[in-house]
Design a binder for this molecule. Structure first.
Ligand SMILES: *Cc1c(COP(=O)(O)O)cnc(C)c1O
Length: 353
């Protein structure tokens, strides 16, 4: 049993942090009856794909609520962020900017390296909102991480050029994975605990896709502070090196520190599975495509090829391999991203084969 004292303490401390209201929270948590029956495990889903306030929300909205709390307090005018050309995070940042009358400036790395004749999916939405877009082409042999670094350098220069004073602009890191953004998922964890209690379920496992690690960092921070016993499985959607667990642990500790809580989350407290990335970020995998079809055909719920499809492929594989105990109550945290289904065909691979 987790600590109710710490639950209340955390809730109270979060309420004192600046927040902009973006999502329609709490998002629904409900059972997937057909998949539960088919796989013999109770499968629940957390619907951050329906988070609002736009049609196209997702997990970044939780982080942006606290980031925009900070941005509005600072009275910034320009908001910079970074991602791939089909970044869900960049698109959701633009949505938040437009709601609050701020200017979104997006540095988008062309990971897909495809001729863009007419923008699709998130990039189309970015264009409709008239976000200022800087496409960063990757140079021969360059890693995505290095291109992102280049983008950050360029953006800093540009920010100084257009701003009259430093507080006029705000740089949101890729994925919104700053300590303040991460608080969104500490709050998300508390939201989930309340639903678990009200619905009288005992959740044993959480599966979700992990990218920049803000989601995992927030969930882990709350999990550790509550001393909860749920197994959190972060399913990697891009290749990471050995320092990833340290970065997520640091993010968890730094987010708790913003709340005035001293903590010591360690890399050993975090479970990440690298086996479902496939060839790489934004590269489709057969297993993910299969999972997309299984969720759609059995539940009428749509996943995406880059994130949730890969995480769901892990969930289904764990169940098939008997790695999930009988009678377990597994929560699939749907983080959004379904605009990916309407992105460049390259991102979908053989989905329709
Ligand atoms: C960004 C994103 C993730 C990963 O979240 P991180 O906090 O960056 O790890 C998962 N799913 C979707 C749909 C996303 O857009």
């Amino acid at each position: 049993m987790y600590s109710l004292v710490n639950y209340n303490d955390l809730k109270f401390k979060i309420e004192n942090i600046n927040k902009a209201k973006l999502g329609f929270l709490p998002t629904k948590l409900h059972k997937l009856d057909n998949l539960s029956q088919k796989y013999g495990v109770n499968i629940y889903i957390k619907r951050d794909d329906l988070i609002g306030f736009s049609t196209f929300g997702g997990n970044k909205i939780r982080k942006l609520e606290y980031l925009f709390g900070d941005i509005l307090a600072q009275e910034a005018k320009y908001v910079f962020t970074y991602g791939a050309t089909q970044s869900n995070h960049a698109m959701q940042t633009a949505i938040a900017c437009r709601k609050y009358g701020l200017k979104p400036i997006l540095y988008l790395v062309d990971v897909l390296n495809e001729e863009i004749d007419f923008p699709r999916a998130n990039m189309l939405l970015d264009e409709i909102m008239e976000a200022e877009i800087k496409v960063i082409e990757m140079t021969e042999g360059e890693e995505e991480f290095d291109a992102m670094y280049r983008a950050k350098e360029e953006s800093r220069k540009y920010a100084e050029e257009i701003a009259e004073k430093e507080s006029d602009y705000y740089l949101i890191p890729p994925g919104g994975a700053s300590p303040i953004g991460t608080i969104g998922f500490i709050n998300g964890y508390l939201e989930m605990k309340e639903q678990e209690f009200n619905q009288n379920i005992n959740i044993t496992d959480i599966f979700h896709p992990t990218g920049t690690g803000g989601t995992l960092g927030g969930l882990t921070a709350a999990h550790e502070y509550l001393n909860d016993d749920i197994n959190i499985h972060g399913i990697n959607v891009s290749h990471k090196d050995n320092s990833y667990l340290d970065e997520v642990a640091e993010l968890a500790n730094n987010a708790l520190e913003v709340l005035g809580i001293e903590s010591n989350v360690q890399r050993e407290d975090i479970k990440v599975d690298n086996n479902y990335v496939g060839e790489g970020y934004e590269i489709p995998s057969n297993a993910a495509n299969n999972a997309i079809k299984i969720f759609a055909k059995n539940e009428g719920i749509f996943l995406d090829p880059v994130y949730t499809g890969k995480a769901a492929s892990a969930l289904l594989d764990y169940i098939e391999k008997g790695k999930i105990e009988e009678g377990a109550n597994v929560l699939f945290w749907h983080t959004g991203g379904t605009t990916g289904l309407f992105a460049e065909p390259k991102m979908l691979g053989n989905l329709l084969d």
